[in-house]
Design a protein around this ligand. Sequence first.
Ligand code: HEC
Length: 435
Amino acid sequence: MLAFPRSLARLTRAAAACLAILAAPAAAQEMRGHGGPVRALAVAPDGRLALSGSFDSSAILWDIDQGLAVSVLRGHDSSVNAVAALADGRFVTAGEDGRVLIWRMGRPEPEARPITHEAPVAALALSPDGRSLASASWDGTVRIAPLAGGEARVATTQRGPLNAVGFAPDGRSIVTGGHDGALRIIPLDGGTERVVELGLPVNALAVAADGEIAAGLADGRVIVLSAAGQQRGQIRAAETPIVAVGLSPDGRRIAAAGIRGSVAIIDRQGLAVERVLVGPGLPVWSLAFRPGTEELLTGGGDRLVRRWLATSGEHLGAVIMARPTDALTRLADHPGAEVFRACAACHTLDPDGGNRAGPTLHGVIGRRIGTAPGYDFSPALRSMDIVWTKETIARLFEIGPTAYTPGTKMPEQRVTDPEDLKDLVDFIAKATGAE
Ligand code: HEC
């Protein structure tokens, strides 16, 4: 477990729910996909797609440049704590429910369930040769599964919860960070493990291509150690526990996020803070550098994925910035257009807009639920008996998709201001030609 109250995840979810109510009108105007803080982030090796995991139990695949949600992945019962992108184009999610799932683009169900833990999974790591996946759990084990298929094996068992895991560059040992304050370097061929006592819970770690290890601790420090576990130095990156650590693709920078929100960009060689990100979207819960660019992606309490230039600290904006569709441009002055922006990352309105992560809403008024052509609906939606009208769509966002359409893969969101809700459904009806 991370070094903050174990119930925090639940508290945060509860807080997110409250916030949704309190901040409804403003919230509806922001472009977002998730219904809860973004807990985990990964970018595919080609730098094009990002995967985010949320406390809302969904994962969303984003096209970073297009600013669109490509698909919503629903396979976990609770928070998605860790995600990874595989070199072969597949994606991995791991959750508080102890499951590790592998997804292939375009398929609504997980392709494989390589690992199951007895407690929440806290972290994932890929072997440098891309053949194995390791998961670290609060059940005290690291399990390693071959990605080509086959049984997972237990690589280590600790007494306490594990928060972090990484592979050595040669793939022959793993590094773990535990709640017990120990960093362990564990040879996978059965050699003797090396235990480095750091004294405080290790919440996150990253292993560089040269084997150096950066470990984020519960007191806000980042400790840098050699591949053999010798401490080279340390730096205070935050005043609060570190929740995420990442390494830039060239290995020159370490990014470390503290739980109250600061993100420090650290020069790895000199161990000096180059800059601290300031701007919207804090507190940050997760981060990932974007291969092929100087960008850092962060996921945070505002439920958005944001882009930053790691070299200057400049905030480039939120990932979800779907280009306005024709209908949005045509009806830009309609008060509901602003409210609909929260939906635009996943839904188009135009006849030729097609399906995004969600089905096209063209023709939605008068349409039976789960019947938009060419869209792979969840079994839950397909089996329901609702016809979409202004009233039923309003009800959907008044009480939220989870309550109105249990089992849906649309992330939880509500529009709690009655005026906003009325404007939204009126806008959808006009924009899709129903009125
Ligand atoms: C992060 C992506 C995402 C966002 C944001 C989103 N939706 Fe959805 N929506 C979906 C997905 C995915 C489905 C399909 C759900 C399923 O199959 O269970 C869906 C389904 C729907 C449906 C049912 C469609 C049908 O044909 O049965 C409606 C209506 C809808 N969304 C409206 C909205 C509106 C209005 C908003 C903004 C307030 C919104 N959605 C925001 C992803 C999203």
